[in-house]
Design a protein around this ligand. Structure first.
Ligand SMILES: NC(=O)c1ccc[n+]([C@@H]2O[C@H](COP(=O)([O-])OP(=O)(O)OC[C@H]3O[C@@H](n4cnc5c(N)ncnc54)[C@H](OP(=O)(O)O)[C@@H]3O)[C@@H](O)[C@H]2O)c1
Length: 319
């Protein structure tokens, strides 16, 4: 393993660019593996905006100075210490590229960030547990502007790290410390966790059902907060939380009493007020982009719930 970690980020979208910025700041030798259609844009470099809590003029920051690859052959010609998967859960399963990339990247540590309940099990087909680190994405990033008239001097990727946030990572003791050390050296607030999959399973279940309900309400907070919509979402969220707890051998007992329609009524306006961007528009834009992933995750709750003999009737798609 080299002193300067050689890092390959798969996917140079909203998330890949942000992790790339921190890893480059840590001194990593950085490359992206992108689809051919994005290669020119990536080679020109990206424009980043870091959002704070205060509304002030935004300074675009140029993010460049990394390699750009478009094929496994190019990747296989180099040695890698870390491979970061910055794509959706559905992109992981599209074709056979993950297995091929695993063969092209030798003994590298793989860092997965995907949210679906069975992503880790799925990846273990190709990457042994001794080399697989799991992380959760605590920031929000998006292509800016989200809508016309916003305060960005030119198009780019905006990101917001909520105050006091720590991004959890878990994995084998021989690999995890180096990933965390590297991120911290770049100024990223990383922390070690016993089991990220378990930490995030329940919040992710609530978020997924919420997003599914918001989509059914036409991405409108006002319509989402109406009685019938809230009732449906709260029942489905209870089922998803129980599936998530059962699958990760965790407990839902502390969360279930809190899961009430009133919780969404209370939290949504607070969240909208705290975010330094238009939350309603972000949710619509982002979760339309990863809509297939939300459907995959909903189906996964149903499949795993049925297998475990748990109720799933409110998680089923409406006909
Ligand atoms: N952005 C956020 O605020 C945020 C927050 C928390 C979690 N996440 C999660 O992070 C994941 C990525 O989100 P994102 O916002 O970064 O999405 P994104 O902006 O769409 O970026 C993903 C990029 O990876 C590309 N890609 C897909 N398969 C690839 C492959 N085999 N090789 C190389 N590139 C590939 C995609 O291409 P195409 O455009 O052709 O699909 C896209 O350019 C999702 O699971 C999302 O739910 C995102």
């Amino acid at each position: 393993m080299s002193e300067t970690p050689r890092v390959l980020l798969v996917g140079a979208g909203a998330v890949g660019q942000v992790f790339g910025k921190y890893l480059q700041a840590a001194g990593c030798e950085l490359s992206f593996l992108v689809k051919e259609k994005y290669a020119d844009e990536a080679r020109r470099g990206f424009t980043l905006y870091e959002l704070g809590m205060l509304e002030k003029d935004l300074e675009p920051v140029v993010f460049s100075g990394f390699g750009v690859h478009v094929s496994n052959e190019e990747v296989a010609a180099r040695r890698w210490d870390q491979v970061w998967l910055c794509v959706s859960s559905t992109a992981l399963r599209a074709g056979s590229w993950v297995g091929e990339l695993a063969r092209a990247t030798g003994d590298a540590t793989w860092v997965m960030l995907q949210p679906s309940l069975d992503d880790r099990d799925w990846l273990l087909q190709w990457i042994p547990a001794e080399r697989l680190v799991s992380g959760m994405i605590p920031f929000i990033s998006f292509h800016a502007p989200l809508k016309p008239g916003e305060r960005f001097p030119k198009p780019g990727t905006a990101f917001w790290m909520p105050p006091m946030t720590k991004g959890p990572f878990s994995g084998p003791s021989e690999r995890l410390p180096r990933v965390i050390r590297t991120l911290r050296a770049g100024g990223y607030p990383a922390r070690a966790s016993q089991d990220v999959a378990r930490d995030v399973a329940i919040p992710s279940a609530v978020l997924t059902v919420f997003v599914n309900g918001l989509e059914a309400a036409g991405w409108s907070f006002e319509r989402f907060l109406q009685h019938d919509s809230l009732e449906r979402v709260h029942r489905a969220a209870r089922e998803a939380v129980q599936v998530a707890a059962s699958h990760t051998k965790g407990s839902a007992s502390a969360v279930l009493p809190l899961l009430r329609p009133a919780l969404f009524k209370l939290m949504l306006p607070i969240a909208a007020r705290l975010t330094p961007f238009d939350l309603e528009t972000y949710l619509k834009v982002h979760f339309t982009k990863v809509g297939e992933q939300t459907r995959l995750m909903m189906k996964t709750y149903v499949d795993l719930g049925r297998r475990a003999g748990l109720p799933v009737e409110h998680l089923l798609p409406a006909h």
